[in-house]
Design a binder for this molecule. Structure first.
Ligand code: ADP
Ligand code: F6P
Length: 471
């Protein structure tokens, strides 16, 4: 077998200095890329006046990166447009926020074609290609049209929505037909897999055979659920760092005997931050005895700030945190500490460990890695409690968390109360089961199971692919 080529919109190589500034996903992908002498291809994150197709190649930590710049139209129509104003809200069930604009479609197709054209000369016949996420749904089609015959797999990091939601997308069939140019299509959860299978059967007139072979549009693709995990060692090693220890001490010193509830998220409307603040307000209202003995630290990193819906949610959260603090704060107590900073990953582990309760309450989420990172960072002798939304993909695996409906303010308030009061023995039992799951189904297991399934397709279906490509 040849090399592994990973393609993603954003390329986040591990920090060359090993400082741990990037995530477990980058670390895991880099490990696989090193193993296969592979290549990671994607957007540099830079915007230029006019697209040139020039690739900047560099090696970081033993991994070869090939990066291209996009022009302003590309970023507007593809990244801020079709990816983040059409697909993202739609796939997160926010049809009220979805923008359909013809120029977004065109920009999305154009950038996928640009990815294909720039990548094609780098592909060798034996390479496996693994494409990541909703920015690049039609990339296999663009590559196949240009002659690529390699096995190509796709993994969707966000949810695949229910058929009734997905079919509101103009030209939805075109998008799914393009997906059938992949040999393997991976989803985060059984729920997303089922929603995709429903679409294939009910809307595309296709079928799904036992064992996960989907057939539609005169083509076949293997489909499966591959829940992503974290790099547990990255967190446990991170906890040993001076930075993590200092951060832990800094937070604990600031508690003054109080308990801390923690949220860590990108500042995204899918994360349910407003609903979380309101549930916490409800807790304060219902439990006067808890006031002044607890606070919420919400870390929310601004993201996609050129998209209006993100500017709106930011404004609403600022006023909501202000309102709660205005209503409840005292001279020596502030109920909400609302922080818009991005922390280094090792520092974040110290903050996770200092928290008594983590609120991970997205309204809809593909998986949610924060839930897993929080569990990995806990002290086995005195672990905190995870409150987890039933709408996060992680809830399919992390059943020992306190599972809540994030839209139900009273239920989340009650879970906060229960988490803060939970006896040590129950906290330990729940944590141990969660930690075992997070350790077994880690990011290496995710990566290896996907790559093995793709390799399997490569050896099983050479003749089928050759004939499909010839069409
Ligand atoms: P999403 O992919 O939608 O952002 P996840 O929870 O799956 O949601 O992943 C978020 C990742 O970003 C996690 O690895 C988390 O540690 C990291 N992250 C989120 N907020 C911050 C922050 N303020 N500082 C540092 N890392 C953060
Ligand atoms: O998990 C979904 C995802 O969109 C990833 O593909 C992406 O890397 C991450 O969230 C952050 O989003 P963005 O790249 O738009 O900042």
């Amino acid at each position: 077998m040849g090399r592994l080529i990973v393609v993603s919109n954003r390329v986040q190589p591990p920090d060359a200095a090993g400082a741990g500034a990037t995530g477990g996903l980058a670390v895991a992908l880099s490990a696989a890329l090193r193993e296969y002498s592979g290549l990671w291809f994607g957007w540099s994150g830079e915007t230029v006046d006019a697209f040139t197709g020039h690739l900047s190649m560099r090696k970081v930590g033993g991994v070869t990166l090939a990066l291209m710049d996009l022009d302003e139209h590309d970023v507007h129509e593809y990244y801020n447009g079709y990816a983040n104003r059409t697909l993202w809200p739609l796939f997160h069930y926010r049809t009220d926020l979805v923008a359909y604009e013809r120029s977004f479609d065109e920009g999305y197709a154009r950038v996928n074609a640009r990815f294909a054209e720039s990548l094609l000369p780098l592909i060798e016949p034996d390479d496996l290609i693994w494409v990541q996420d909703y920015h690049l749904l039609p990339l296999a089609r663009a590559l196949r049209r240009r002659g690529a015959r390699n096995p190509i797999g796709f993994f969707l990091h966000i949810p695949w929505p229910a058929r009734q939601i997905f079919t509101t997308l103009p030209r939805h069939a075109e998008l799914v037909e393009a997906l059938f140019d992949y040999d393997l299509i991976g989803f985060q959860t059984a729920d997303s897999l089922q929603a995709f299978a429903d679409y294939v059967k009910e809307s595309a007139g296709g079928e799904v055979l036992p064992g996960g072979i989907a057939m539609a549009f005169g083509k076949r693709a293997r489909i499966g659920a591959f829940p992503i995990g974290i790099d547990v060692a990255e967190i446990t090693e991170g906890l040993k760092s001076d930075r993590a220890k200092a951060e832990f001490e800094r937070v604990r010193a600031s508690l003054l005997g109080r308990k801390m509830i923690l949220g860590v998220d990108r500042l995204d409307y899918s994360k349910g931050l407003e609903e979380r603040f309101l549930a916490y307000e409800q807790y304060l209202e219902d439990h006067p005895e808890g006031r002044e003995h607890v606070f919420l630290l919400q870390i929310a990193t601004p993201t996609r700030d050129e998209v209006e819906a993100y500017q709106d949610i930011r404004g609403r959260l600022e006023s909501l945190s202000g309102r709660i603090n205005g209503a409840y704060a005292d001279v020596d107590w502030v109920p909400v500490r609302y922080v818009n900073k991005t922390y280094r990953r090792d520092a974040l582990t110290g903050i996770y460990r200092a928290a008594h309760v983590a609120l991970v309450t997205p309204l809809r989420d593909g998986m949610n890695l924060v839930a897993k990172e929080y569990v990995a960072a806990q002290d086995p002798d005195d672990p905190g409690v995870l409150v987890l939304s039933e709408q996060a993909g992680a809830a399919e695996q992390m059943r020992e968390a306190l599972i809540v409906n994030p839209f139900n303010r009273e239920a989340v308030a009650e879970a906060i109360r229960r988490g803060l009061a939970m006896p040590l023995a129950e906290r330990k039992d729940r944590w141990q089961a969660l930690f075992d799951g997070v350790s077994t189904d880690d990011v290496a297991a995710w990566r290896d199971s996907f790559v093995a399934a793709l390799k399997n397709e490569a050896t099983a279906d050479q003749p089928l692919r050759a004939s499909a490509n010839a069409r």
